[in-house]
Structures are given as structure tokens and as C-alpha cells.
Design a protein around this ligand. Structure first.
Ligand code: SF4
Length: 97
């Protein structure tokens, strides 16, 4: 009986291992960076988004709507599903609180 129990748990383990690559792949996809916001995006155009701020001390990196990341871009509350460049700027800039 113990042997049958071991077979069952081994079978269960092997089934679980077969699922791991699928779960791992799905996990990698979900942490992929969002697309960069294009300056041609209608909302970006309306807000005057540019990829390199021309205003001293005002850029996405120090805007309160920007979520800082380790990279050169990050999410902005105004553009869900997109990332803006840390060096960018738009007319909705708000000083970081
Ligand atoms: Fe950049 Fe702030 Fe404009 Fe978002 S709201 S694009 S973070 S300046």
C-alpha cells in the first residue's frame, strides 16, 4: 500500500513538473515591459508629450504621475499600459510629492 502511495505522489509530482514550463512562460510574459508611448499617440499629442524634456528640472522622472523603475522608462498614470521615457515631459507634469 505504501508503494502504491509513493507511485501516486511521484505521478502527481511529475504531472506538476510538466505544468511548470507553461506557468513559467506565462509568468515571463506578464512581467514584460509595456510598450513605450509613441509621441504620435493621440493623447500624447494632445498633452504635448516629448521624449526629451526641454524644460530644466521638469521631466517624467521627477513627475508625481511617473512610477520610477530601474530602467530609462516607466509607467505613467495618464497612459495606462504604456511606459514613458524618464527623460520625457508632457503638459500634465506635476512635481513629485
Ligand atoms: Fe511624464 Fe508626468 Fe507627463 Fe506622465 S504626466 S508623461 S510622467 S510628465
Amino acid at each position: 500500500m505504501q508503494s502504491e502511495k509513493n507511485k501516486m505522489s511521484r505521478r502527481t509530482l511529475l504531472k506538476g513538473m510538466a505544468v511548470l514550463p507553461v506557468v513559467g512562460f506565462a509568468g515571463i510574459q506578464s512581467v514584460q515591459a509595456a510598450d513605450l508611448l509613441s509621441v504620435d499617440d493621440p493623447t500624447a499629442k494632445a498633452l504635448g508629450y516629448i521624449e526629451a524634456s526641454t524644460i530644466s528640472d521638469k521631466n517624467c522622472a521627477n513627475c508625481n504621475l511617473y512610477v520610477a523603475t530601474d530602467g530609462a522608462s516607466g509607467p505613467c498614470a495618464i497612459f495606462p499600459g504604456k511606459e514613458v521615457l524618464a527623460a520625457g515631459y508632457c503638459n500634465s507634469w506635476i512635481p513629485r510629492a
